[in-house]
Write a protein that binds this ligand. Sequence first.
Ligand code: ATP
Ligand code: MG
Length: 385
Amino acid sequence: MEKVVLVKYSEIGLKGKNRREFEDILISNIKRSTGWLVLWRWGRILINVDWENEDISKLSKIFGVQNYSAAYMTRADLSEIEEASLVMSSMEVEKGMKTFKVHAKRAQTDFPYGTYDVNKLIGAEILRSFPTLSVDVHDPDFVLNIEIKENEAYVYSRKIKGPGGLPVGTGGKAILLLSGGIDSPVSGWYAMKRGVSITALSFTSPPYTGKESEDKLIDLMKKLKEYSGGRDLPLYLCPLTPVLEFLKDSAPKKLLLVLQRRSMMRIAEKLAKKVKASAVYTGECVGQVASQTLENISVIESAVSLPVIRPLAGFDKIEIVDKAREIGTYEISIRPQVDVCSLFVPKRPATKANLETVVDVEREFSDKLLKAEEESYAMIKKVVF
Ligand code: ATP
Ligand code: MG
Protein backbone atom coordinates (compact mmCIF):
# COMPACT_ATOMS: atom_id res chain seq x y z
CA MET A 1 0.00 0.00 0.00
CA GLU A 2 1.01 3.53 -0.70
CA LYS A 3 0.42 6.87 0.99
CA VAL A 4 -1.54 9.37 -1.10
CA VAL A 5 -3.67 12.44 -0.51
CA LEU A 6 -7.15 12.56 -2.00
CA VAL A 7 -8.42 16.02 -2.89
CA LYS A 8 -12.09 16.71 -3.42
CA TYR A 9 -13.32 19.80 -5.16
CA SER A 10 -16.78 21.10 -5.60
CA GLU A 11 -17.94 20.83 -9.18
CA ILE A 12 -21.42 22.20 -8.58
CA GLY A 13 -22.38 24.43 -11.47
CA LEU A 14 -19.34 23.42 -13.51
CA LYS A 15 -20.06 21.83 -16.84
CA GLY A 16 -18.19 20.73 -19.95
CA LYS A 17 -15.35 23.00 -20.89
CA ASN A 18 -15.50 25.02 -17.63
CA ARG A 19 -15.13 21.91 -15.57
CA ARG A 20 -12.10 20.71 -17.55
CA GLU A 21 -10.47 24.13 -17.17
CA PHE A 22 -11.23 24.18 -13.44
CA GLU A 23 -9.58 20.78 -13.00
CA ASP A 24 -6.53 21.58 -15.14
CA ILE A 25 -5.90 24.87 -13.36
CA LEU A 26 -6.47 23.39 -9.91
CA ILE A 27 -4.00 20.59 -10.65
CA SER A 28 -1.36 22.99 -11.92
CA ASN A 29 -1.89 25.31 -8.94
CA ILE A 30 -1.36 22.41 -6.52
CA LYS A 31 1.78 21.33 -8.42
CA ARG A 32 3.17 24.84 -8.43
CA SER A 33 2.49 25.53 -4.76
CA THR A 34 3.74 22.19 -3.45
CA GLY A 35 6.08 20.63 -6.00
CA TRP A 36 4.28 17.29 -5.50
CA LEU A 37 3.23 14.81 -8.14
CA VAL A 38 -0.46 15.44 -8.83
CA LEU A 39 -2.73 13.20 -10.89
CA TRP A 40 -6.34 13.24 -11.90
CA ARG A 41 -8.21 9.99 -11.32
CA TRP A 42 -11.82 9.05 -10.96
CA GLY A 43 -13.10 12.63 -10.85
CA ARG A 44 -10.72 13.27 -8.02
CA ILE A 45 -7.30 14.72 -7.57
CA LEU A 46 -4.72 12.33 -6.25
CA ILE A 47 -1.39 13.46 -4.84
CA ASN A 48 1.57 11.18 -4.43
CA VAL A 49 2.97 12.40 -1.16
CA ASP A 50 4.17 10.86 2.07
CA TRP A 51 1.72 12.61 4.37
CA GLU A 52 3.43 11.35 7.50
CA ASN A 53 6.60 13.26 6.75
CA GLU A 54 5.37 16.18 4.65
CA ASP A 55 3.18 19.10 5.60
CA ILE A 56 -0.07 18.62 3.72
CA SER A 57 -1.76 21.56 5.43
CA LYS A 58 -0.49 23.65 2.50
CA LEU A 59 -3.60 22.41 0.72
CA SER A 60 -5.73 24.48 3.09
CA LYS A 61 -4.53 27.59 1.25
CA ILE A 62 -5.25 26.44 -2.28
CA PHE A 63 -8.56 27.81 -3.55
CA GLY A 64 -10.75 25.24 -5.27
CA VAL A 65 -9.93 22.53 -2.71
CA GLN A 66 -13.13 21.54 -0.88
CA ASN A 67 -11.52 18.95 1.40
CA TYR A 68 -8.63 16.53 1.45
CA SER A 69 -7.69 13.31 3.16
CA ALA A 70 -4.52 11.46 3.99
CA ALA A 71 -5.21 8.01 2.54
CA TYR A 72 -3.71 4.64 1.80
CA MET A 73 -4.00 3.44 -1.77
CA THR A 74 -4.09 -0.34 -2.13
CA ARG A 75 -4.96 -2.80 -4.87
CA ALA A 76 -8.66 -3.68 -5.03
CA ASP A 77 -8.06 -6.68 -2.84
CA LEU A 78 -9.82 -7.40 0.45
CA SER A 79 -6.72 -8.42 2.41
CA GLU A 80 -4.82 -5.31 1.31
CA ILE A 81 -7.81 -3.12 2.19
CA GLU A 82 -7.95 -4.80 5.57
CA GLU A 83 -4.27 -4.17 6.24
CA ALA A 84 -4.65 -0.47 5.38
CA SER A 85 -7.81 -0.24 7.50
CA LEU A 86 -5.98 -1.61 10.53
CA VAL A 87 -3.09 0.82 10.16
CA MET A 88 -5.51 3.74 9.73
CA SER A 89 -7.52 2.62 12.78
CA SER A 90 -4.39 2.25 14.91
CA MET A 91 -3.60 5.92 14.22
CA GLU A 92 -7.09 6.90 15.36
CA VAL A 93 -6.77 4.77 18.50
CA GLU A 94 -3.48 6.53 19.28
CA LYS A 95 -5.35 9.83 19.07
CA GLY A 96 -7.78 8.57 21.71
CA MET A 97 -10.72 7.63 19.49
CA LYS A 98 -13.12 5.12 21.04
CA THR A 99 -15.95 4.54 18.54
CA PHE A 100 -16.07 4.08 14.77
CA LYS A 101 -17.98 2.88 11.80
CA VAL A 102 -16.85 1.60 8.43
CA HIS A 103 -18.27 3.29 5.36
CA ALA A 104 -17.49 1.47 2.12
CA LYS A 105 -18.30 2.71 -1.38
CA ARG A 106 -17.64 0.93 -4.63
CA ALA A 107 -17.69 1.81 -8.27
CA GLN A 108 -19.11 -0.63 -10.83
CA THR A 109 -16.37 -3.25 -10.69
CA ASP A 110 -16.00 -7.02 -10.46
CA PHE A 111 -14.89 -6.72 -6.85
CA PRO A 112 -16.43 -9.83 -5.26
CA TYR A 113 -17.90 -8.16 -2.14
CA GLY A 114 -20.72 -5.67 -1.79
CA THR A 115 -20.42 -2.61 0.44
CA TYR A 116 -22.47 -4.25 3.17
CA ASP A 117 -20.04 -7.19 3.31
CA VAL A 118 -17.00 -4.94 3.27
CA ASN A 119 -18.38 -2.89 6.18
CA LYS A 120 -19.08 -6.04 8.15
CA LEU A 121 -15.82 -7.89 7.42
CA ILE A 122 -13.50 -4.94 7.95
CA GLY A 123 -15.48 -3.73 10.98
CA ALA A 124 -15.14 -7.15 12.62
CA GLU A 125 -11.40 -7.22 11.91
CA ILE A 126 -10.94 -3.76 13.47
CA LEU A 127 -12.91 -4.80 16.57
CA ARG A 128 -10.75 -7.92 16.91
CA SER A 129 -7.50 -5.93 16.68
CA PHE A 130 -8.45 -2.99 18.92
CA PRO A 131 -10.32 -4.07 22.05
CA THR A 132 -10.79 -0.44 23.17
CA LEU A 133 -12.87 0.38 20.07
CA SER A 134 -16.58 -0.15 19.64
CA VAL A 135 -19.00 0.52 16.79
CA ASP A 136 -21.31 3.51 16.80
CA VAL A 137 -23.15 3.95 13.52
CA HIS A 138 -24.89 7.19 14.53
CA ASP A 139 -22.16 9.38 16.01
CA PRO A 140 -18.78 7.67 15.74
CA ASP A 141 -15.49 9.32 16.77
CA PHE A 142 -14.15 8.39 13.35
CA VAL A 143 -15.43 6.98 10.10
CA LEU A 144 -13.19 4.57 8.27
CA ASN A 145 -13.91 5.28 4.61
CA ILE A 146 -13.15 2.68 1.98
CA GLU A 147 -13.54 3.54 -1.69
CA ILE A 148 -13.19 0.65 -4.09
CA LYS A 149 -12.46 1.36 -7.75
CA GLU A 150 -11.71 -0.82 -10.77
CA ASN A 151 -8.11 -1.67 -9.84
CA GLU A 152 -7.43 0.13 -6.62
CA ALA A 153 -8.96 1.14 -3.33
CA TYR A 154 -8.54 4.09 -0.97
CA VAL A 155 -8.74 3.97 2.80
CA TYR A 156 -8.95 7.14 4.86
CA SER A 157 -10.54 8.41 8.04
CA ARG A 158 -10.39 12.21 8.12
CA LYS A 159 -11.57 14.88 5.75
CA ILE A 160 -9.70 18.12 6.31
CA LYS A 161 -11.59 21.21 5.22
CA GLY A 162 -10.09 23.19 2.32
CA PRO A 163 -10.72 26.87 1.62
CA GLY A 164 -13.34 26.23 -1.11
CA GLY A 165 -13.69 28.86 -3.81
CA LEU A 166 -12.32 28.58 -7.34
CA PRO A 167 -8.72 27.98 -8.43
CA VAL A 168 -6.77 31.21 -8.97
CA GLY A 169 -6.47 31.68 -12.72
CA THR A 170 -9.99 30.59 -13.65
CA GLY A 171 -11.52 34.01 -13.12
CA GLY A 172 -9.49 36.45 -15.21
CA LYS A 173 -7.36 39.26 -13.90
CA ALA A 174 -7.99 42.36 -11.78
CA ILE A 175 -6.06 45.24 -10.26
CA LEU A 176 -6.07 45.24 -6.45
CA LEU A 177 -5.68 48.68 -4.91
CA LEU A 178 -3.48 47.69 -2.02
CA SER A 179 -2.90 50.17 0.79
CA GLY A 180 -0.95 49.11 3.85
CA GLY A 181 -4.22 49.01 5.81
CA ILE A 182 -6.26 46.12 7.15
CA ASP A 183 -8.98 46.02 4.53
CA SER A 184 -7.40 45.89 1.09
CA PRO A 185 -5.33 42.71 1.65
CA VAL A 186 -8.53 40.98 2.77
CA SER A 187 -10.24 42.23 -0.37
CA GLY A 188 -7.40 40.74 -2.43
CA TRP A 189 -7.86 37.42 -0.65
CA TYR A 190 -11.54 37.40 -1.60
CA ALA A 191 -10.66 38.23 -5.21
CA MET A 192 -8.38 35.19 -5.35
CA LYS A 193 -10.97 33.06 -3.59
CA ARG A 194 -13.21 33.48 -6.62
CA GLY A 195 -10.43 32.51 -9.01
CA VAL A 196 -9.31 36.02 -9.94
CA SER A 197 -5.57 36.62 -10.49
CA ILE A 198 -4.57 39.90 -8.94
CA THR A 199 -2.02 42.53 -9.86
CA ALA A 200 -1.55 44.83 -6.89
CA LEU A 201 -1.11 48.58 -7.22
CA SER A 202 0.05 50.66 -4.26
CA PHE A 203 0.46 54.40 -4.17
CA THR A 204 3.35 55.72 -2.15
CA SER A 205 4.35 59.28 -1.53
CA PRO A 206 8.09 59.74 -1.20
CA PRO A 207 9.66 61.56 0.59
CA TYR A 208 6.68 61.55 3.00
CA THR A 209 6.54 57.78 2.94
CA GLY A 210 9.70 55.74 3.29
CA LYS A 211 11.12 52.29 3.22
CA GLU A 212 8.87 51.02 6.05
CA SER A 213 5.81 51.59 3.86
CA GLU A 214 7.35 49.60 1.02
CA ASP A 215 8.50 46.83 3.35
CA LYS A 216 5.01 46.56 4.72
CA LEU A 217 3.53 46.21 1.24
CA ILE A 218 6.15 43.61 0.39
CA ASP A 219 5.30 41.59 3.50
CA LEU A 220 1.60 41.79 2.69
CA MET A 221 2.29 40.55 -0.83
CA LYS A 222 4.33 37.65 0.52
CA LYS A 223 1.42 36.68 2.73
CA LEU A 224 -1.10 36.94 -0.14
CA LYS A 225 1.24 34.90 -2.33
CA GLU A 226 0.59 31.91 -0.03
CA TYR A 227 -2.95 31.86 -1.46
CA SER A 228 -2.14 32.47 -5.13
CA GLY A 229 -1.91 28.83 -6.14
CA GLY A 230 1.80 29.32 -6.75
CA ARG A 231 1.11 31.94 -9.42
CA ASP A 232 3.16 35.10 -9.82
CA LEU A 233 1.78 38.00 -7.85
CA PRO A 234 2.99 41.34 -9.25
CA LEU A 235 3.04 44.53 -7.19
CA TYR A 236 3.29 47.93 -8.84
CA LEU A 237 4.52 50.76 -6.62
CA CYS A 238 3.45 54.15 -7.88
CA PRO A 239 4.71 57.38 -6.28
CA LEU A 240 1.68 59.65 -6.17
CA THR A 241 3.62 62.69 -4.93
CA PRO A 242 3.26 64.76 -8.14
CA VAL A 243 -0.53 64.37 -8.02
CA LEU A 244 -0.76 64.99 -4.26
CA GLU A 245 1.34 68.14 -4.46
CA PHE A 246 -0.50 69.51 -7.45
CA LEU A 247 -3.86 68.96 -5.78
CA LYS A 248 -2.69 70.37 -2.46
CA ASP A 249 -1.83 73.65 -4.17
CA SER A 250 -4.75 73.82 -6.57
CA ALA A 251 -7.84 72.07 -5.27
CA PRO A 252 -10.53 73.05 -2.77
CA LYS A 253 -9.52 71.44 0.54
CA LYS A 254 -12.92 69.80 1.04
CA LEU A 255 -12.60 67.93 -2.23
CA LEU A 256 -8.97 66.83 -1.91
CA LEU A 257 -9.83 63.31 -0.85
CA VAL A 258 -12.21 62.48 -3.69
CA LEU A 259 -9.91 64.15 -6.21
CA GLN A 260 -6.95 62.07 -5.00
CA ARG A 261 -9.05 58.95 -5.21
CA ARG A 262 -10.21 59.74 -8.74
CA SER A 263 -6.57 60.14 -9.77
CA MET A 264 -5.76 56.78 -8.19
CA MET A 265 -8.60 55.21 -10.16
CA ARG A 266 -7.45 56.69 -13.45
CA ILE A 267 -3.92 55.42 -12.86
CA ALA A 268 -5.33 52.01 -11.93
CA GLU A 269 -7.26 51.98 -15.20
CA LYS A 270 -4.13 52.81 -17.15
CA LEU A 271 -2.30 49.93 -15.49
CA ALA A 272 -5.29 47.65 -16.08
CA LYS A 273 -5.04 48.34 -19.81
CA LYS A 274 -1.34 47.55 -19.79
CA VAL A 275 -1.64 44.25 -17.91
CA LYS A 276 -5.02 43.34 -19.46
CA ALA A 277 -6.97 43.39 -16.21
CA SER A 278 -10.71 43.82 -16.42
CA ALA A 279 -11.72 45.13 -12.98
CA VAL A 280 -10.43 46.97 -9.93
CA TYR A 281 -10.77 45.58 -6.39
CA THR A 282 -10.66 47.85 -3.35
CA GLY A 283 -10.97 47.33 0.39
CA GLU A 284 -13.78 49.85 0.65
CA CYS A 285 -16.65 49.12 2.95
CA VAL A 286 -19.83 51.14 2.89
CA GLY A 287 -19.88 53.28 6.01
CA GLN A 288 -19.27 56.57 7.65
CA VAL A 289 -15.63 57.17 6.67
CA ALA A 290 -15.60 60.22 4.38
CA SER A 291 -14.27 58.34 1.38
CA GLN A 292 -16.77 55.56 1.79
CA THR A 293 -20.19 57.14 1.75
CA LEU A 294 -22.28 56.00 -1.21
CA GLU A 295 -22.12 59.53 -2.62
CA ASN A 296 -18.32 59.64 -2.57
CA ILE A 297 -17.95 56.06 -3.75
CA SER A 298 -20.05 56.99 -6.74
CA VAL A 299 -18.05 60.15 -7.50
CA ILE A 300 -14.76 58.25 -7.18
CA GLU A 301 -15.90 55.35 -9.32
CA SER A 302 -17.22 57.54 -12.11
CA ALA A 303 -13.62 58.57 -12.90
CA VAL A 304 -13.18 55.22 -14.67
CA SER A 305 -15.17 52.84 -16.80
CA LEU A 306 -13.84 49.59 -15.35
CA PRO A 307 -16.04 47.81 -12.82
CA VAL A 308 -14.91 48.44 -9.24
CA ILE A 309 -15.48 45.46 -6.98
CA ARG A 310 -15.68 45.82 -3.20
CA PRO A 311 -15.87 42.39 -1.60
CA LEU A 312 -16.00 43.97 1.87
CA ALA A 313 -18.97 46.25 1.23
CA GLY A 314 -21.18 44.42 3.71
CA PHE A 315 -18.64 43.57 6.41
CA ASP A 316 -18.40 45.06 9.88
CA LYS A 317 -14.90 46.21 10.80
CA ILE A 318 -14.63 43.46 13.40
CA GLU A 319 -15.44 40.83 10.77
CA ILE A 320 -12.71 42.20 8.50
CA VAL A 321 -10.24 42.14 11.40
CA ASP A 322 -11.14 38.51 12.17
CA LYS A 323 -10.59 37.54 8.56
CA ALA A 324 -7.30 39.46 8.42
CA ARG A 325 -6.14 37.55 11.49
CA GLU A 326 -7.20 34.24 10.00
CA ILE A 327 -5.33 34.79 6.73
CA GLY A 328 -2.29 36.24 8.49
CA THR A 329 -2.26 39.82 7.18
CA TYR A 330 -3.47 41.56 10.34
CA GLU A 331 -0.15 41.71 12.19
CA ILE A 332 1.50 43.23 9.12
CA SER A 333 -1.31 45.71 8.48
CA ILE A 334 -1.22 47.20 11.97
CA ARG A 335 2.44 48.19 11.69
CA PRO A 336 2.58 52.02 11.79
CA GLN A 337 2.76 53.88 8.48
CA VAL A 338 2.12 57.22 6.85
CA ASP A 339 -1.26 57.14 5.11
CA VAL A 340 -0.79 58.58 1.61
CA CYS A 341 -4.35 59.81 1.39
CA SER A 342 -4.47 61.70 4.66
CA LEU A 343 -1.16 63.52 4.19
CA PHE A 344 -2.77 66.76 3.05
CA VAL A 345 -6.43 66.04 3.60
CA PRO A 346 -8.31 68.22 6.09
CA LYS A 347 -9.90 66.74 9.22
CA ARG A 348 -13.37 67.06 7.72
CA PRO A 349 -13.38 66.22 4.02
CA ALA A 350 -16.66 66.39 2.12
CA THR A 351 -18.75 63.31 2.80
CA LYS A 352 -21.22 64.04 0.00
CA ALA A 353 -19.18 65.26 -2.92
CA ASN A 354 -21.16 66.33 -5.93
CA LEU A 355 -20.07 64.84 -9.23
CA GLU A 356 -20.72 67.98 -11.30
CA THR A 357 -18.70 70.16 -8.92
CA VAL A 358 -15.83 67.67 -8.93
CA VAL A 359 -15.83 67.38 -12.72
CA ASP A 360 -15.89 71.19 -12.99
CA VAL A 361 -12.90 71.47 -10.66
CA GLU A 362 -11.00 68.88 -12.68
CA ARG A 363 -11.89 70.74 -15.89
CA GLU A 364 -10.38 73.93 -14.46
CA PHE A 365 -7.08 72.12 -14.01
CA SER A 366 -7.16 71.62 -17.80
CA ASP A 367 -4.43 69.05 -18.48
CA LYS A 368 -2.26 69.84 -15.46
CA LEU A 369 -3.78 67.10 -13.32
CA LEU A 370 -3.47 64.54 -16.10
CA LYS A 371 0.18 65.59 -16.54
CA ALA A 372 0.80 65.01 -12.83
CA GLU A 373 -0.85 61.60 -13.15
CA GLU A 374 1.38 60.78 -16.12
CA GLU A 375 4.40 61.85 -14.11
CA SER A 376 3.35 59.49 -11.31
CA TYR A 377 2.67 56.68 -13.74
CA ALA A 378 6.07 57.13 -15.38
CA MET A 379 7.75 56.37 -12.03
CA ILE A 380 5.88 53.13 -11.48
CA LYS A 381 8.04 50.23 -10.32
CA LYS A 382 7.21 46.54 -10.59
CA VAL A 383 8.09 43.82 -8.09
CA VAL A 384 7.04 40.22 -8.63
CA PHE A 385 6.34 37.76 -5.82
P1 ATP B 1 -7.52 49.91 4.00
O1 ATP B 1 -7.59 49.31 5.37
O2 ATP B 1 -7.53 48.92 2.88
O3 ATP B 1 -6.42 50.93 3.88
P2 ATP B 1 -9.35 51.95 4.76
O4 ATP B 1 -10.45 51.48 5.64
O5 ATP B 1 -8.18 52.64 5.35
O6 ATP B 1 -8.88 50.71 3.86
P3 ATP B 1 -9.52 54.07 2.82
O7 ATP B 1 -8.31 54.70 3.34
O8 ATP B 1 -10.72 54.89 2.54
O9 ATP B 1 -10.06 52.88 3.68
O10 ATP B 1 -9.15 53.31 1.49
C1 ATP B 1 -10.14 52.65 0.75
C2 ATP B 1 -9.48 51.79 -0.32
O11 ATP B 1 -8.76 52.59 -1.25
C3 ATP B 1 -8.43 50.85 0.25
O12 ATP B 1 -9.01 49.69 0.77
C4 ATP B 1 -7.59 50.57 -0.96
O13 ATP B 1 -8.22 49.62 -1.81
C5 ATP B 1 -7.59 51.92 -1.66
N1 ATP B 1 -6.40 52.70 -1.23
C6 ATP B 1 -6.32 53.61 -0.24
N2 ATP B 1 -5.07 54.08 -0.14
C7 ATP B 1 -4.33 53.45 -1.07
C8 ATP B 1 -2.95 53.51 -1.47
N3 ATP B 1 -2.08 54.30 -0.87
N4 ATP B 1 -2.57 52.70 -2.49
C9 ATP B 1 -3.43 51.88 -3.10
N5 ATP B 1 -4.72 51.80 -2.77
C10 ATP B 1 -5.18 52.57 -1.78
MG1 MG C 1 -6.29 52.89 4.62
